[in-house]
Design a protein around this ligand. Sequence first.
Ligand SMILES: *Cc1c(COP(=O)(O)O)cnc(C)c1O
Length: 378
Amino acid sequence: MIREDFLPLARPVVGPDEIAAVTEVLKSGMWTTGPKVAEFEREFSAYLNAEGGVHTVALNSCTSGLYLSLLALGIGAGDEVIVPTWTFAATAHVVEWAGAKPVLCDIEEDSLNIDVQKAERLITENTKAIIPVHIAGYPCDMDAVASLAEQYDIFVIEDAAHAVGTKYFGQKIGNLSDITTFSFYATKNLAMGEGGLAASKDERLIEKIRKLSYFGINKEAFKRYEKRGTWFYDIEALGYKCNLDSMHAAVGLVQLRKLDAMNERRRAIAAAYKKGLSRRLTFTKDSDEHFHTYHLFPVLIPSSMDRDTLITGLRDRNIGTSVHFRPLHLHSHYRLAAEKFPVAERLFPRVLSLPMFSSMTDEDIDYVITNINELVGS
Ligand SMILES: *Cc1c(COP(=O)(O)O)cnc(C)c1O
């Protein structure tokens, strides 16, 4: 039986609390950056629970976070930054925006994360940073990244767009590197619609990013709307316009309180998938050492199967899927020789993301399993 409604790849959780939180902000008249945003930053810092404290600045996207991180670290013309080829456009585009050169790197077969040994071979005297991406919510080998960074004196900016709540050996992603950026885009584990955040143990870096996020005006800028504020402000640098507003922050505060439960549900869905899905599919790496938050559930289909036929077959049965990611080196803008990326080349035709969001019901999960197994064979 084909279900009546379409089961999407992802869907944000919307409850009465999110609606009430936005309504409260609308009625308050304080719509832009203000106390709600500061409250979100404080609660998110507490959530990261770093020893010694971690500082945060909320932004309008993870992309802004990555871009402003590069600027705050002084990375620009003549510099090179290593990024995985298996990622979204944002991770590499920001490097070019900053005037530097993105150097694409191949990935590990089992986790789809950047291969740090291959990254080492790409280091030159111009390399200034590496941007590991925790694909699907499974952490990169951050010990290897940290020793690479120390040995070659380069910065580490983590693209944790998929990894809010992910733990690396018991430590939450967000307090391991120079700067970590999160995404609160509509499909992400903590969703606001659009939104992001940069986290660092270095308060000066976060204050630099905060200043760059609002025209280069010092952090007292938003107080000018409050009774205690003054009209005076000074533009100290050529900043941008990447601040988060209060409506998004209010949704984020509600979602943050639900985040652990939502992540646990994603893990339970992943466990059910792994139990029920055909053995002809290959799953990506998970391990008891870390806490995988399953932003995505990518599978590798048998190399003998045609992916587009499977995608169409699933769509005809009202199941949404997608591909994460078409490697950057295959896109027109980044086009590079395939030989440099043997693993990404080999895995790309086989990868498929299945529906994964915390409000999926047990019936939804069974429906996906039954239909995939029919199409893939067991
Ligand atoms: C979603 C995503 C981003 C961008 O996040 P935005 O908040 O939309 O800017 C960056 N990197 C990866 C890997 C992503 O999936």
